[in-house]
Design a protein around this ligand. Structure first.
Ligand SMILES: [Fe+2]
Ligand SMILES: [Fe+2]
Length: 183
């Protein structure tokens, strides 16, 4: 089981514990992305602020759910927690400065990668750790909404900048999840 989802587990840790840690760190990253995008959107594209506020409220709820599950298991945060926070902030600033299409391209790429990992995690943990699956089930509709909303905004409007952002953000998201499963 230790090899499932590419995890390198500690001796006192289950796969479910590790997934909760990694997803908790990921939600922290998402909060930082949207927080910094929102700060620049007020100037670059104020029409996006209500949407970003809604997404931020979702991500805060997600982080709180994972945090409560971590506390219940008496497990510490992931080693990748601050890396996710910092990476999210950098991404949020860079794309917030560029503007609306960069913000949507980021959201679409992050959430696409996240949704795929959440589905893999559900599959790997369904019969092993249903409590983790319950938390994932409580957030997955929001992540799908974030993704679909961004994809709708970008439909037919993807230029080179959006394609480059998509590749970079998807690769960064993959890398930070991979690292979280290994650390
Ligand atoms: Fe989330
Ligand atoms: Fe999200």
């Amino acid at each position: 089981m230790a090899q499932a989802l590419g995890a390198r587990l500690k001796s006192n840790e289950t796969l479910g514990d590790r997934v909760i840690k990694v997803d908790h760190a990921g939600e922290h990253g998402a909060i930082n992305i949207y927080t910094w995008q929102r700060a620049f959107a007020k100037w670059r594209c104020p029409e996006l602020v209500p949407e970003l506020d809604e997404f931020l409220a979702h991500e805060r709820r997600h982080r709180a759910l994972f945090e409560a599950e971590l506390a219940r298991r008496q497990k510490p945060r992931c080693h990748s927690f601050h890396l996710c926070g910092l990476g999210g902030a950098v991404l949020g600033v860079l794309t917030g400065v560029i503007g609306a299409k960069a913000i949507h391209a980021t959201t679409e790429a992050v959430e696409r990668v996240v949704l795929r990992h959440l589905q893999d995690q559900r599959g790997a943990l369904r019969s092993v750790d249903p409590d983790v699956v319950s938390v994932i089930d409580a957030i997955i509709a929001d992540e799908q909404q974030h993704h679909d909303n961004a994809a709708n905004h970008l439909r037919g409007k993807r230029g080179l900048t959006e394609k480059v952002i998509d590749r970079f953000v998807a690769a960064s998201t993959e890398a930070v999840i991979w690292l979280g499963m290994k650390l």
